[in-house]
Ligand binder design. Structure first.
Ligand code: GAR
Length: 231
């Protein structure tokens, strides 16, 4: 079978860009067949812009404040992405809600990542919300963007435990490490043409199925033979 061409990405950022870096690094290691055609930030000072420039990736600033409406901003975004022949739009810490203008320009071709197990804790401060709720597990979710806030068909999730003594920073760090694993992988699955959206569900072709041993208990249960400590 002929190998597919690397998927052409446009990455949207607002800040640090550690997920952008993870995508750049995964592509560098050959785990992700992708070409980042452009990085666009809605904030001029975003650290992620520097990361792009360091890797000779075209980096642009399109400030949302300069546009009278969300739709006008989205039209400018869509035009810039089309100019760079982008196939898949990757939101990586991009803190703007996209309007139907962008969704129509890239139907089923916009991904996002969120630091919680959606549909729990959408919106900002998801890690703090998880701590305040007292959940034993949280994590991160890669999904296809729809009109709602952090709402859309789920592609991959990773679970992390919430541990005694966690604060927002420690928990965020633990989640971020998993984000950096699953985002490049989700993009690779898209690039391989293995993702099919059916309603709210994303089917993954040739998906290696897990089994019941994937179930997690936190705190560790002394009654589970699989989890008991060796004597
Ligand atoms: C990530 O933790 C991502 O999940 C979150 O912003 C952070 C960006 O970090 N996104 C959202 O909260 C979207 N609702 P980064 O700039 O270092 O990649």
């Amino acid at each position: 079978m002929a190998q597919r061409a690397p998927v052409k990405l446009g990455v949207l950022i607002s800040g640090t860009g550690s997920n952008l870096q993870a995508i750049i690094d995964a592509a560098g290691r050959g785990e992700l067949r992708a070409e980042i055609r452009v990085v666009i930030s809605n904030r001029a000072g975003a650290q992620g812009l520097e990361r792009a420039r360091r890797h000779a990736i075209p980096a642009r600033v399109i400030e949302h404040r300069r546009f009278p409406s969300r739709e006008d901003f989205d039209r400018a975004l869509a035009e810039a992405l089309a100019e760079h022949r982008v196939e898949l739009v990757v939101c990586a810490g991009f803190m703007r809600l996209l309007s139907p203008v962008m969704l129509a320009a890239f139907p089923d071709r916009i991904m996002n990542i969120h630091p919680a197990l959606l549909p729990a804790f959408p919106g900002v401060h998801a890690q703090q919300a998880a701590l305040e709720h007292g959940v034993r597990f949280t994590g991160c979710t890669v999904f296809f963007v729809r009109e709602g806030v952090d709402d859309g068909p789920i592609i991959v999730q990773a679970v992390v435990p919430v541990l005694p003594g966690d604060d927002e920073e420690r928990l965020s760090e633990r989640i971020r490490a998993q984000e950096h694993r699953i985002y490049p992988w989700a993009i690779q699955l898209f690039g391989e043409g293995r993702l099919a959206i059916e309603g709210r569900t994303v089917r993954i072709a040739d998906f290696p199925l897990g089994d019941e041993s994937l179930a997690l208990v936190n705190p560790r249960s002394p009654h589970s033979p699989r989890l008991s400590r060796p004597h």
